[in-house]
Design a protein around this ligand. Structure first.
Ligand SMILES: O=C(O)C(=O)Cc1ccccc1
Length: 289
């Protein structure tokens, strides 16, 4: 049985998406309090794989997670990615004294920053006087609301977490945009056995040579003339010196395809450093995984 580390406690969006991706029963899901613990446990072999939310439709890249991936030094390759819709719900103690308005007595909303951002319009219009408390994950907010026994507290989280903690769904599907998807990656040392995917991707990190005008242009042209598609390019500070960046790139091609290694060789030939963070199958929710 493979052990899969995720941001806990039980019932997070990460776990819900992993349960959707992996066959129930054949995997053991192990919660960790922090995202950095997910990396550490996977690196130490305490877990076989780790689930990392890396990007979402509303907020873009989760920069901290990209940095953790980079800092893991390439020991934890990306083994798969999948896209999952984050459906958030308002969860609390249904208050019978509140009459017809289930939100009337809610004074505090506890959740993860991304989830609060995803439900911004709903919160502004329906709970304009509530204060927010930011916690490490959506399910952690649900756990705190449960423990408080306080009907003026609510959390934002998955339906799974409401069921697990025995709380009520005060409002379902409260995200502002229907096309609210999160991209998750699976990190781990060994290749997992997965069903065939419709597309493959390779993620690389490129550090440009210093004082080489047009270096990024040359990197991009190595892909362009081979008609290799990039689906993402993002710069991140190297954290070694102010103004030094590397480029994080998602390429829509497997490293097993002849064209890609030759493009990477060309990039290295101009003095750029290339680090491969993984070459992996990509699954989209639309395609039914
Ligand atoms: O806090 C969670 O439930 C997570 O798994 C992180 C997260 C939060 C919101 C959208 C996607 C992932």
């Amino acid at each position: 049985m493979k052990r899969i580390a995720f941001l806990g406690p039980e019932g997070t969006v990460s776990q819900e998406s992993a349960r959707y991706f992996f066959a129930e029963g054949a995997h053991e899901f192990v919660p960790y309090a922090l995202m950095s613990d997910v990396f550490t446990a996977t690196a130490a072999g305490t877990a076989d794989y780790g689930v990392i939310p890396i990007e979402n439709t509303i907020e873009g890249s989760v920069k901290h997670h990209i940095d953790l991936l980079v800092e893991s030094g390439g020991n934890l390759p990306i083994q798969a990615e999948w896209i999952y819709p984050s459906i958030q719900n308002l969860i609390g103690h249904f208050d019978l004294t509140s009459g017809t308005d289930p939100f009337a007595n809610i004074r505090k909303v506890i959740s993860k920053d991304v989830a609060i951002a995803q439900c911004h319009d709903f919160l502004r219009s329906r709970l304009p006087h509530a204060e927010f408390e930011y916690v490490s994950s959506t399910a952690e907010g649900v756990r705190i609301v449960k423990e408080s026994l306080d009907p003026s507290y609510a959390a934002i989280g998955t339906r799974m977490s409401a069921e697990l903690y025995g709380l009520d769904l005060l409002a379902e599907n409260i995200t502002d945009h229907d096309n609210n998807y999160t991209r998750f990656i699976l990190i781990g040392k060994d290749k997992p056995v997965l069903k065939p995917a419709d597309c493959a991707k390779t993620t690389i990190l490129v550090t440009l040579p210093e004082d080489y005008p047009g270096a990024l242009h040359q990197v991009l042209s190595a892909f362009a003339w081979r008609r290799i598609n990039l689906s993402k390019i993002e710069s991140r500070p190297t954290k070694k010196k102010l103004g030094n960046y590397y480029f994080y790139m998602d390429i829509e091609m497997s490293l097993d395809t002849v064209l890609l290694p030759s493009a990477l060789q060309e990039i290295e030939a101009i003095g750029s450093q290339v680090r491969i963070l993984g070459s992996y199958p990509s699954y989209s929710y639309m395609a039914g995984l």
